[in-house]
Design a protein around this ligand. Structure first.
Ligand code: CAP
Ligand code: MG
Ligand code: MG
Length: 485
């Protein structure tokens, strides 16, 4: 059966949200969305899709008398459906959305009430497509990984980071001590863990103060710049801003600190506030809680790709995109690498759409040149940033250790990311500094194209790390399962 055969089953209310003849859906007026969904058996795919389009734009479950000719122009429209694959395509007139580039408002529409509707058994937003006319309304990233690379003088390899562990529970001085150990071991980047805040045993201002001291000491001893990503998530706006100001008034050099925000639990308003108030700071989007929406086995929610694309639109400098199953978190190359490439590149192939992050017409010769430059992995948009949305970098974390660095890079196909390894460093038998050295050595082995076991013969910390992280049968099994995928 063809989807057109279902048109006659629509009631007048549903008809107003379907147009299978919409050919100009890429004319710049519409944001496009593709959902995988399974309808409640009492509705066919087109009836249910129309109900989703209604509820996620202007409508409700009945035709209302208060509709106007103009309000109908704002109806989202089902313009395509694949009955076999249970996928529908919906075009949203983006004039529906709050002006001044509000991401929270879009998500309230497209993954808001619809996720709770009885008409669906499964509803997952797989991919979205933004027209250039819409992209130019949104901030996009300001301070990017390219700026961080310049600050750190780190190129052609991942930025090597850690998360301080235990996750929480250290005093501010103990916390800073671990930072120091990682930095003198050669690590570039340290982050607060996602729940670190202003706990009584580690007061925020003291933590910041001690980290500054530790950083100064490590920079002096290593003659290398260092970065710390501070979690500024808080109960309210004023508290979040006051944490940012504590950091900015602690004497850190510009570029040596980043602001981490728990984007899912603190919310998109916090993400966009930080982007707009502090465009000169790396904005680190931690996605704790995303699993409720993104896990592959979840029938209701949205994909890692969708979350990551909105993070770039909102202006995150980087967002966690997962380890493609190499680490401890659920994930697949199909999900995680698609997301990583879509936020890193000028043009990215998604699950359904190909997204150009340009703010100028595709037929502009320069835009085409920029695409080729990007594919050649040159730094683009530095002097052409007005032509497109800057890159948002993948932050790769979760159960990684030096043994898993190369397996991940081989799946990713790029080293343009930040990796943060917590246990992967702090569980090293000889402690954090040795753990950092092992991470640096595993990266050296990769860049020199030397087998890690060969390199470990002359690098003790790496040898100990390999022995430790591969000795337990569980880890050996996990590591080998990675090879298979
Ligand atoms: C990793 C981590 C990160 C997760 C987030 C943790 O620690 O700090 O928050 O990686 O997952 O708390 O588990 P380990 P994702 O390195 O010790 O595993 O990056 O997938 O959002
Ligand atoms: Mg020490
Ligand atoms: Mg964490």
């Amino acid at each position: 059966m063809k989807v057109e055969d279902l048109l006659s089953t629509l009631n007048p209310h549903q008809e107003a949200y379907v147009n299978l003849n919409l050919t100009n859906f890429k004319n710049g007026e519409y944001m496009l969305a593709a959902f995988h969904f399974i309808s409640n058996p009492r509705l066919n795919i087109l009836q249910a899709a129309a109900e989703i389009a209604a509820e996620s734009s202007t409508g409700t479950n009945f035709l209302v008398n208060t509709e106007t000719a103009f309000s109908r122009e704002m109806n989202a429209l089902v313009y395509k459906a694949d009955i076999e694959k249970n996928i529908v395509w919906i075009a949203y007139p983006w004039r529906l959305f709050d002006r001044r580039g509000n991401v929270q408002n879009i998500l309230t529409y497209i993954v808001g009430n619809v996720l709770g509707m009885k008409e669906i058994v499964a509803l997952k937003l797989l991919d979205v497509w933004f027209p250039q006319t819409m992209i130019e309304q949104y901030d996009g990233p300001s301070y990017t990984i390219d700026d961080m690379r310049k600050y750190l003088n780190v190129y052609d390899r991942p930025i090597l980071g850690t998360i301080i562990k235990p996750k929480i529970g250290l005093t501010s001085a103990e916390y800073a001590e671990v930072c120091y150990d990682f930095w003198v071991g050669g690590g570039d980047f340290v982050k607060n863990d996602e729940p670190q805040a202003n706990q009584d045993f580690c007061p925020y201002d003291k933590m910041v103060y001690h980290v500054k001291e530790a950083m100064d000491k490590a920079v002096k001893e290593t003659a290398r710049k260092k970065v710390h990503s501070f979690n500024v998530s808080a109960s309210d706006y004023d508290e979040m801003i006051s944490r940012c100001e504590i950091i900015r008034n602690a004497g850190f050099e510009k570029g040596s600190y980043a602001f981490l925000i728990d984007g899912i639990t603190a919310g998109w308003m916090a993400v966009q506030t930080l982007r707009r108030k502090y465009p000169d700071v790396f904005l680190h989007f931690h996605r704790a809680g995303h699993g409720a929406f993104t896990r592959p086995e979840n029938p209701i929610g949205f994909s890692v790709l969708v979350l990551s694309k909105f993070a770039r639109l909102a202006g995150a400098s980087g967002i966690h995109t997962g380890t493609a199953g190499v680490g401890k978190m659920a994930g697949t190359p199909e999900e995680d690498i698609t997301a990583a490439n879509n936020i890193l590149r000028f043009v990215g192939k998604g699950h359904i759409f190909e997204q150009a992050w340009s703010t100028i017409p595709q037929n502009d010769d320069d835009a085409i040149r920029l695409v080729h430059e990007d594919l050649a992995h040159h730094v683009i948009l530095s002097d052409d940033s007005w032509r497109g949305m800057k890159k948002c970098c993948p932050i790769i974390s979760g159960g990684l250790n030096p043994v898993l660095l190369k397996p991940f890079i081989d799946i990713m196909g790029s080293t343009d990311f930040i990796t943060t390894m917590g246990a992967g460093c702090h569980a090293h038998p000889k402690g954090t500094k040795a753990g950092a050295m092992a991470l640096v050595q595993s990266c050296e082995a990769y860049t020199k194209n030397i087998d890690i076991n060969e390199y470990a013969k002359t690098h003790e910390e790496l040898r100990e790390s390999i022995e430790f992280f591969t000795k337990k049968p569980k880890d050996v099994e996990n590591a080998h399962s990675v090879e298979k995928c």
